[in-house]
Ligand binder design. Structure first.
Ligand SMILES: Nc1ncnc2c1ncn2[C@@H]1O[C@H](COP(=O)(O)OP(=O)(O)OP(=O)(O)O)[C@@H](O)[C@H]1O
Ligand SMILES: C[C@H](N)[C@@H](CCCCCC(=O)O)NC(=O)O
Ligand SMILES: [Mg+2]
Length: 256
């Protein structure tokens, strides 16, 4: 069965979750438009974001997901809780005395998963980041029942970070759909190390590698179509989406 959605986490903050989520949203949208993936539409959700004064700030993940994912969904509907300080959500919320309502977050996620659309949810930082004084990002993924897509760095240090993330997921009973190694050298010069890292993660983590993605230049602060195509061609969609065949996207044009 195809999934209702996926929870995009990372081995750390700044590993590329927003870039990968937005790229996947654009790619999946093309699939949906071509009738190649049987869902109503693709929706993105950032349950809690920090380091943004409002969801419409150009630097906010909600704004970037909308713009880079080429979505019509308003940025205000993408994030549920937005906090100004660039901190773990628990502390960012505590500093302004407005805690994350965890029960509301779970209910909101379930609502978003029930409408027949495919949900791409992006966590804040890594899996062990506190949302409240008792709940981690990992608990939210577990309570939503969404499988994880783990975005990881491609180079030295990633094996340890990724295996620890997988271990926490397993401890909490969260299924891991796969791991994406993001930010590989565009000229392929790190290919051998990336392949070796992927192998170690696969063997010890018993997880699928969903793909490797290149470091792509941004033009005027935004990714070009090249990024959407890199995501479309660099991921194994049967790992990300469930039963969809990995060649489903071949030949499908990425919308501008
Ligand atoms: N493949 C890539 N090519 C070029 N730049 C990238 C790539 N992936 C990520 N970046 C850059 O790295 C930075 C961090 O990426 P991003 O914001 O997606 O991380 P994140 O994991 O979503 O962080 P957060 O925990 O804040 O949500 C951004 O400036 C982004 O543009
Ligand atoms: C401020 C960052 N950009 C991010 C929160 C990262 C918390 C990391 C905490 C930690 O691991 O020490 N916020 C967010 O994804 O909305
Ligand atoms: Mg992000």
């Amino acid at each position: 069965m195809n999934r209702r959605g996926i929870f995009v986490t990372g081995t750390d903050t700044e590993v590329g979750k927003t870039c990968v989520t937005a790229g996947m949203a654009a790619a999946i949208r093309s699939m949906v438009a071509a009738g190649a993936f049987p869902v109503g539409d693709v929706r993105v959700w950032k349950p809690v974001q920090t380091g943004a004064a409002s969801p419409d700030d150009a630097g906010a993940d909600s704004f970037r997901l909308r713009a880079e994912g080429r979505l019509e969904q308003p940025a205000g509907s993408i994030a549920t809780f937005t906090y100004p300080d660039p901190l773990a959500p628990w502390m960012a919320a505590r500093r302004i005395g407005r805690p994350v309502d965890y029960a509301e977050l779970v209910a909101e996620g379930k609502r978003r998963m029930s409408g027949g659309d495919f949900l791409l949810a992006e966590g804040a930082g890594g899996l062990a980041v506190p949302l409240t004084e008792t709940k981690l990002v990992a608990h939210l993924a577990a309570d939503l029942g969404l499988p994880l897509l783990i975005v990881a760095r491609p180079g030295l240090g990633t094996v340890n970070h990724t295996l620890l993330t997988v271990a926490l997921a397993r401890q909490l009973g969260i299924p891991v759909a796969g791991v994406v190694l993001n930010g590989c050298a565009a000229d392929g010069s790190d290919r051998r190390a990336v392949e070796e890292n992927a192998e170690m993660i696969r063997v010890f983590g018993e997880v699928a590698i969903a793909g490797t993605l290149p470091r792509v230049e941004r033009k005027d602060g935004v990714f070009s179509r090249e990024w959407t195509e890199a995501v479309r061609d660099g991921l194994d969609w049967s790992v990300v989406l469930g039963e969809v065949q990995s060649d489903t996207l071949c030949g499908i044009r990425v919308e501008e």
